[in-house]
Design a protein around this ligand. Structure first.
Ligand code: AMP
Length: 287
């Protein structure tokens, strides 16, 4: 596995593979790798000749109240895992590499970046879109792999690709969960033992929402019931519980499918989760 820390090194590693027509897949992450990330790497491995894994804790997507300073970083372990998963190139740029002195230009995500998760984290999605656009320009991939876990990020990246004309195919992989339903997340390590037990409430709220969606309850009933499940768990503060259209994050369009999205604080750790739902019971996450 090659390790690039500078943009010029990355471009150097990719020049020859691209010249001979290799299919390049990129997996953008912030590191502290877990099985969710690895599912993306494995999807990339299956679909690409050359897999690029990027690890960058992007300061631009953290708001003032977020956990930038304490965000888990574990470079040595991440590189070992990447090697074992047959990543071809790991890209671990410094902040200075990604945002050169005097940087001013960013991507503006418009209304989609301001609602739901964007309302809770102002500026977050502009930071995401900016770093993803830069990573696309640096790697010029055929495919880019993202997790359903961050559903609004998926919607943002899809719009980014369409609106700014990136020639990249976005592949979305299903959310990987612990056996009790908790979505894997680098932030789960912040949870104490009792908080970890309570954190399954997000998954329980989503399942309650899915049952109601299937029984054709109204959006208001579904959102109310998910909020009730979250509120019923001690030590959990609800941020939002919504049923939305998965592309616009506005009201579901009534075509028999929707996305349920929840965010809550468990103790002081903010967790998000979501579940794509269908009126028919053959729900599949991701896709
Ligand atoms: P992060 O390191 O949190 O920025 O995540 C990097 C990528 O991994 C994003 O596309 C996430 O959506 C994806 N991801 C994170 N957690 C999971 C999970 N539990 N299942 C599937 N994908 C995930």
């Amino acid at each position: 596995m090659k390790v690039a820390r500078r943009v010029s090194e990355l471009r150097g590693f990719l020049a020859e593979p691209r010249r001979v027509g290799q299919v390049i897949g990129v997996v953008p992450t912030m590191g502290a790798l877990h099985e969710g990330h690895l599912s993306l790497v494995r999807a990339a491995r299956a679909q690409s000749d050359l897999v690029v894994l990027t690890i960058f804790v992007n300061p631009l997507q953290f708001t003032a109240t977020d956990d930038l300073a304490s965000y888990p970083r574990n470079e040595a372990a991440d590189l070992e895992v990447a090697e074992a998963e047959k990543v071809d190139v790991a890209f671990l740029p410094s902040v200075e590499q990604m945002y050169p002195e005097g940087a001013q230009m960013t991507v503006s995500t418009g209304r989609l970046g301001e609602i739901v998760e964007g309302a809770a984290r102002p500026g977050h999605f502009d930071g995401v879109a900016t770093v993803v656009a830069k990573l696309f320009n640096m790697t010029n991939p055929d495919f880019a792999f993202f997790g359903q876990k961050d559903a609004q990020q998926v919607a943002i990246v899809r719009r980014l690709v369409t609106d700014l004309s990136f020639g990249v195919d976005v592949v979305v992989c299903p959310t990987v969960r612990e056996s009790d339903g908790l979505a894997m997340s680098s932030r789960n390590i912040y949870l104490s033992q009792s908080e970890r037990a309570r954190a399954t409430v997000l998954w329980r709220a989503l399942q309650r929402g899915r049952n109601l969606y299937r029984s054709r309850a109204s959006i208001e009933q579904i959102e109310g019931a998910m909020a009730e499940v979250l509120a019923g768990e001690p030590g959990v503060t609800i941020d939002y519980a919504k049923a939305v259209d998965p592309a616009t994050f506005g009201r579901p369009v009534g075509n028999g499918s929707a996305l349920l999205a929840v965010a809550a604080r468990v103790g002081s750790t903010r967790l998000i989760d979501n579940l794509p739902v269908d009126h028919e019971p053959a729900d599949r996450e991701g896709g």
